[in-house]
Write a protein that binds this ligand. Sequence first.
Ligand code: ADP
Ligand code: MG
Length: 664
Amino acid sequence: MVQLSEVKGIGPKTEMLLNKIGIFSIDDMVTHYPFRYDVLKRSDLKEVTEEERVVIDGKVESIPLIVRFRGGLNKLNFRLATNQGPIGVSIFNRAFLKPNLGIGTSIIVIGKFDRKKNILNASDIKFGTLSNQEKIEPVYHTTSGLNQKTLSGYINNVLLKYGNEIEENVPRYLLDKYNFLNKKTALNIVHNPPNFDKLKEASLRLKYEELFEFMFKINYLRLEKEKSELGITRDGDKTKLDKIIEKLPFALTNDQLKVLDEIIEDLNSKRRMNRIIQGDVGSGKTIVAFLAMYYNYLCGYQSALMAPTEILAIQHYNNIKELFKGKNINIELLTGSITKKDKKPIYEGLKDGSINIVIGTHALIQDEVEYHNLGLVVTDEQHRFGVNQRTNLKNKGIRPDVLYMSATPIPRTYALTIYGDMDVSIIKEMPKGRKPVKTIVRKESEIKDVLERMHKELQQNHQIYVIAPLIEDSENVDLTTVYNLRDKMNLAFGSKYKIDIVHGKMASPAKDLIMNEFKQNKVNILISTTVIEVGVDVPNATMMVIFDANRFGLSTLHQLRGRVGRSDLESSCILISNSDTKRLEIMENTYDGFVISEEDFKLRGSGDIFGTKQSGDMSFKIANLKSDYKILSQAKKDSLDYLKDTNYDNDPIKIRLVNSVKTD
Ligand code: ADP
Ligand code: MG
């Protein structure tokens, strides 16, 4: 393919400018898509409002005057004869245009119209006249020294000359199936749209191609991994599993049953499982994981469940003990704070296989730990662990199957990309009888109302979480801290109720001690930072009060409020904030974690949820994951079929795409 420097008109200087905006090749050039389209349509000056963007054309009627200001600013003023009469035009910092604005020059002016003064305060001037139809103008990201018109000229020049050499990444049969435009035509339309219908058709086709290529690569990597990653095959007695399910104190939801089936199928297949369960807080992921561990036990293998904190590990341990009470399963707990002496028999039991299930924290992945035949590894609250820690546990067994649980619902679109190499199971349905946590937003000035509500809960012997964004005072003077909230709460309730605090800077044993006291209802009000965000279960806690709620992402708030509403008692959550209340009000009306994380995405971008690393590589040139989910899932399916169909193994497109994965 031709190099940029070989294109006529592109010298070394221009090439450098193009590099600056990410254009290094012909291909980059034609896929440097407009980030916006402006519609140029002659406005009716009698109709337009002060705020409206006005477009008008006409002939320069007076020699432009330059007004200069301090600081190098300047302004250009002149009169323009339009078909709607003469108007004044005023534009900042275009003094350099003066020589080109001779009397009689036809120009198009864009700006806002001040009717009283009969002046158009322009933001842009173009040369030419408007046709009677609307004109759609692409607007590109560019850099100084390279203006829109020049850039657009290069792009069109390249398209015209080399358009037929641009590589096609969608196989012929799919182009036919969807009746897609050919690539050159589509590119041409996107850079010079004749109308919005055509533009839509062309961009759909280019989006599809971009996502097809992307999903092809992900699918390819995944298939390769599957080929090399054979796991354990199982053929367990499912009726025994069904018996346990029947005896549960509640009926599993359809989603839970569906996900459990997906897991069992994975466990039985010879392919190694790599699956994540996504579900809202309280949707009942844990029980599904426990049942999978039970099935794994029935098949004769050990299971390990790793939780991010000791509190959670203990909670899981107690729950699973209770669930399998009376069964001949040996379950142990292994955490960092267990003494060396007590660890020894656990290490031995894991090594000789007498322990069937182990629940723990990072202690599970220390070097000393050896397993007899670890067949299933479950990781809770997946996002809390670094990738290395996850792999470590994976490598402990022969080729154990791996199941992750994530309590941060991620919109489907992102799940498809982020967890591209994992299978995703989703639990959407909440267990029956769950009452949504009544959520209200209050201003600080309404604190009296908040305290009254708290008092009512306390009187019924219910417990309350109070959350602050900071531990202690910092330079950020204005924010509420755990310590000053303790003083306030003591003042209000201290004479009758027990108030305590936990936060991330406390040592683990101290934290656990207080958490346990709270669990046992020995503490009535627990003040904390977001450390309690992760899966702690205290059904008697029915209220949560979050100070400076505007400091938190919606997903975090949703996670937090998931700590209450864990029984059949009515629960509530009060968000206190003096600002940002519009955003917070979303919480009043929505209980669906998936919807909330979508909102978070829209408002704050993905970095907040995943941390920047994971989200960094999700940028597309034309596709938009927020709105193009349908195209993405179609492209995912199509690319997988294409990959698997050996009839296409000699297809040049397939060969090229495969090679590009290898060199990526
Ligand atoms: P999460 O998905 O947040 O991890 P958990 O697994 O902790 O949720 O479940 C929350 C609570 O709901 C637990 O006490 C659990 O026993 C209970 N639970 C799970 N499934 C159901 C169900 N189908 N019906 C009623 N309660 C359920
Ligand atoms: Mg959980």
